[in-house]
Design a protein around this ligand. Structure first.
Ligand code: FAD
Length: 585
């Protein structure tokens, strides 16, 4: 009990309430510093913005190196109706992405003068809240109407025990090593793995973090209520406004520039980056740095080496090392505290899966998906209301149509859908091939089959659709089982001027596979490097909110005698009897 009270007090102390939202003082000597950012994903974009917003740097002191020809990294979105649109992923977000919303609260909208990206995002999601009428289907098109999670008492106990466990006691144990076999048959697991892309061999520690961090979302698991979505794809809605702001402030973006190595100077245990080795448009170059400069390295990417196919061709699995992992391996070899990249990038069979974007130029596919979603796809309105998962698909297919249009150059009669399968090495139920061996056309046929369309009736759908598959070898690399030390701290103790950003650095209590985690790492790195007297926005502590716990408990309703309920009841009996809060449960 004492521990709980101490940790609650600690959280309250750390909370960045309005009192903390101060204007920082200009750090001494900031004018003579330079910042170099490796990669132009949201982590680097955020770091650049906070260096200026709170760190008082000028844009012309900041350089971003990006191996590809455009910014945004994993947050992509491109194409046209003739050749097909591509999004490798669609992002579910929620109201407590505290760092992302802090970032967006000062990014000017590119849609409407005088508004911010946060203003437009919140307004849209308030007007059009997400709600899924049909979360899953089975048996070639039957809609499942269950809203409970199908947990037995045993499953509930395992879940509550996991919630109460200490992270350090779980080690590198996997989800399948922990749970009883029956758990993997429950709807809880179906929703969980399709929504968050967890697989049985993934890290139990990460699953625990998700349960704690998103416990307030548990009551909405079967309907996806409380999830938030951008207006367009995330490149247009998030990356572009931030990039435009950074460019307008003078930040330099160097595209087609791959950082190949970092050279360090050692003094005792302390390491200082003194050279950034890079290849710019095929030409090698070296940028000299000193302890006065900052180097920010996004040390891993879930979309590294991803490849596209087309309507007639499957995407080729690229198993070559990839620049981001090569660089992290080079850097990690210099100091034990710089992490262990092989833990995350060393087993592609366990980290890959495949998605595909469907561009439907016509009404047949739209009508089919509208019928399943049980709603009309009106402009700027929630379309399917989240993913529809095919429960009995060998590939575990899910499909979603987010707000339409997803692209600004998308005509009215064009619908863009996004689908993915978590088991690309399994054969299909209609197509007798592994998912990874299928062309875009075959991927579409498998989906149509599960939506109840017979083979003879598929051609009109195929005729109106362009399907672009994307194979992502490292898409769940961040979920691989890990122990302390596998991920470097954002600024490791031995580092003088190098920070690690993104999904592969360690941030206590937060969850990877989120945009939020990358932005949080950026704010942490900037505030720490510049020793700013301002707090990083707190991680929303719904796990300590008795209302969220109580709602979650109702959802896990077979847990009436469960540990968690007893735990809460004890607190209430002991501490809250005869008080205003007594009847909370
Ligand atoms: P990245 O965006 O991966 O950026 C890394 C960048 O570094 C890339 O641009 C890369 O080209 C560049 N680079 C690599 N090596 C080098 C080098 N040596 N030199 C120069 N440049 C280099 N998040 C959510 O919050 N909710 C979701 O529902 C969700 N779903 C997702 C679904 C999919 C399919 C995908 C792909 C992602 C999803 N995400 C989701 C995760 C989110 O998009 C990522 O966590 C986030 O975008 C990662 O940003 P980053 O900046 O850390 O890394």
């Amino acid at each position: 009990m004492l521990n709980i009270i101490i940790s609650l007090a600690e959280i309250l102390r750390k909370i960045m309430n309005n009192y903390q939202r101060v204007t920082t003082r200009k750090p001494e000597g900031i004018e003579s510093k330079r910042a170099f950012l490796i990669g132009s994903g949201i982590a680097s974009l955020a770091a650049a913005e906070y260096l200026m917003r709170d760190g008082h740097m000028k844009g012309n002191q900041i350089t971003i190196y990006e191996q590809s020809g455009m910014p945004g990294g994993s947050l992509d979105g491109a194409g046209n109706p003739e050749d097909g649109f591509v999004v490798r992923g669609g992002r579910e977000m929620e109201a407590h992405y505290e760092c992302l919303w802090d970032l967006c609260s000062q990014i000017p909208s590119i849609e409407e003068d005088g508004r911010t990206v946060l203003d437009e995002f919140k307004e849209l999601n308030d007007i059009d809240p997400n709600f899924s009428n049909v979360r899953s289907i089975y048996n070639r098109g039957e809609k499942r109407r269950r809203t409970d999670l199908g947990l037995s008492e045993k499953n509930s106990k395992e879940l509550t025990k996991l919630l109460l466990a200490k992270e350090e006691n779980l080690g590198a144990i996997t989800v399948e090593e922990y749970f009883d076999k029956s758990f993997f048959e429950t709807d809880m697991w179906l929703y969980w793995r399709s929504m968050f892309a967890f697989e049985p061999w993934h890290s139990l520690v990460e699953m625990k973090r998700y349960m704690e961090r998103f416990i307030h979302l548990l009551p909405g698991m079967s309907t996806m209520r409380d999830l938030l979505f951008t207006k367009y794809n995330q490149y247009d809605s998030l990356v572009l406004p931030i990039k435009n702001l950074l460019v307008s402030k003078g930040v330099s973006f160097e595209y087609n520039t791959t950082v190949t190595d970092l050279k360090f100077e050692s003094a005792g245990n302390k390491k200082t980056v003194t050279e950034i080795c890079l290849n710019r448009n095929g030409e090698d170059d070296v940028v000299k740095t000193s302890a006065e400069d900052f180097v920010f390295f996004t040390n891993g990417s879930m979309t590294e080496n991803s490849t596209l196919g087309d309507m007639d061709t499957p995407p080729v699995l690229n198993t070559s090392e990839g620049a981001i992992w090569r660089l992290w391996k080079n850097v990690a070899a210099q100091d034990d505290s710089f992490g262990k990249p092989e833990v995350f990038c060393g087993n592609i069979d366990k980290t890959k899966w495949e998605s595909y974007t469907i561009t439907a130029n016509g009404t047949k596919m739209k009508k089919l998906l509208e019928d399943f979603a049980e709603r009309k796809f009106l402009p700027n309105r929630t379309a399917t209301g989240g993913i529809i998962t095919v429960k009995d698909s060998n590939w575990l297919l899910s499909v979603t149509v987010n707000r339409q249009p997803q692209f600004k150059n998308q005509p009215d009669d064009c619908t863009v859908a996004w689908a993915y399968g978590l088991y690309p090495d399994n054969k299909g139920d209609f197509i007798e091939k592994k998912m990874s061996e299928c062309s875009g056309k075959e991927l579409l046929q498998e989906l149509l089959y599960h939506f109840g369309i017979d083979e003879n009736d598929m051609q009109p759908y195929i005729d109106e659709c362009i399907v672009i598959p994307a194979m992502m070898p490292y898409i769940t690399s961040q979920f691989m089982p890990r122990v302390k030390g596998d991920r470097p701290e954002v600024i490791p103790e031995n580092s003088v001027n190098l920070a690690f950003l993104g999904q592969f650095c360690e941030i206590k209590d937060d969850c990877v596979f989120t945009v939020e985690y990358s932005v949080r790492s950026a704010i942490m790195a900037v505030y720490q490097f510049l020793n700013l007297d301002k707090k990083v926005p707190e991680i929303y502590g719904s796990q300590y909110d008795i209302r969220a716990l109580s709602d979650a408990l109702k959802t896990l309703k077979s847990d009436h005698e469960g540990i968690l309920k007893k735990f809460i009841e004890n607190i209430i009996k002991n501490k809250l009897s005869n008080t205003h809060f007594e009847n909370l449960l």
